[in-house]
Design a protein. Structure first.
Length: 293
């Protein structure tokens, strides 16, 4: 799929662009696998039908408004970037997967919104130091495999006094438990790769950002999810649309017994997190905001 990139921040007077991508062949291969995984299925449907409310929450919590230079890191199809543009900000949406960016670009154009859509690695962003007033990520940067590298980039491209805002699934919440449920059914990650839901722990993010930020505010909230009629509806939707779940099942294609076992575990998980008889669930996330020192 073609991808138009407009790395506006590379010409920013703040200075030259930062690192463009992983130099290590093993890391490039890992990022290629991530890019392929997130292109599986229909993640934009997840963003649109299940978690759409999270983007506006993050935009509001960070006070994004007219004239702000905003970077959405691991933007997917623009869950944060498009609401930020609606608020009047000048927005760059960056993501490792061009197919997701293309969906967001089409949606933004349909609304008459002007954004830049850049293919970029969250661990090696191609932007100048201090190029943005606000650096945001909604259940995105948490999936970068090396947490310290990603956190370093969030801070680097944010101007002093600028805002950093993150929404991340917690380990104890539904999506954290989803990954824990799928873990025995997938190949172990390479050495040094950290689990995504760690970004949903306040102490972990505090350690990643350190004294480079001030005014840290962290709050655990719950997203009300009513997109599914029942637990089976959730399971089938994620088997069809959510890249990590699709990848897990593909790895079990020749093992019907383990496939059936994962089917049963996902059904049980959704039932345990149900908040009522109509299939509604509550998915816990951590909303964290800070200012670059």
């Amino acid at each position: 799929m073609s991808q138009q990139t407009q790395p506006a921040a590379t010409t920013d007077p703040a200075g030259p662009a930062g690192p463009a991508g992983p130099a290590d062949p093993a890391d490039r291969a890992l990022k290629d696998r991530h890019r392929t995984m997130w292109a599986l299925g229909d993640y934009p449907a997840v963003a649109r039908e299940v978690i759409a409310d999270l983007g506006p929450v993050l935009v509001g919590a960070t006070g994004v408004g007219p004239g702000d230079r905003v970077l959405d890191v691991a933007a997917g199809s623009g869950n944060v970037a498009i609401p930020a543009a609606r608020a009047g900000a000048r927005v760059v949406a960056s993501d490792l997967t061009p197919a997701l960016l293309e969906v967001g670009r089409r949606q933004a154009e349909a609304e008459g919104l002007a954004l830049d859509w850049d293919e970029a690695d969250a661990e090696a962003l191609p932007y100048a130091d201090a190029a943005f007033d606000a650096v945001l990520s909604c259940v995105g940067v948490m999936f970068a495999p090396h947490h310290h590298a990603a956190a370093d980039e969030l801070v680097r491209v944010c101007r002093p006094g600028g805002r950093i805002g993150l929404v991340s699934w917690t380990p104890e919440g539904f999506v954290g438990r989803l990954f824990a449920t799928m873990k025995p059914y997938v190949a172990p990650p390479p050495a040094g790769v950290q689990a995504p839901p760690l970004w949903g722990r306040e102490d972990h993010v505090a350690e990643l950002l350190g004294d480079r930020v001030t005014d840290v505010r962290a709050e655990r909230r719950t997203l009300a999810v009513d997109a599914f009629d029942d637990a089976a509806g959730f399971r089938e939707f994620f088997k069809r649309c959510y890249g990590p779940t699709i990848a897990a099942y593909r790895g079990l294609a020749e093992d019907p017994e383990r496939t059936a076992a994962l089917d049963a575990e996902l059904l049980d998980l959704a039932r345990r997190f149900a908040t009522g008889p109509d299939g509604a669930m509550g998915w816990e996330y951590l909303l964290l905001t800070a200012r670059r020192a």
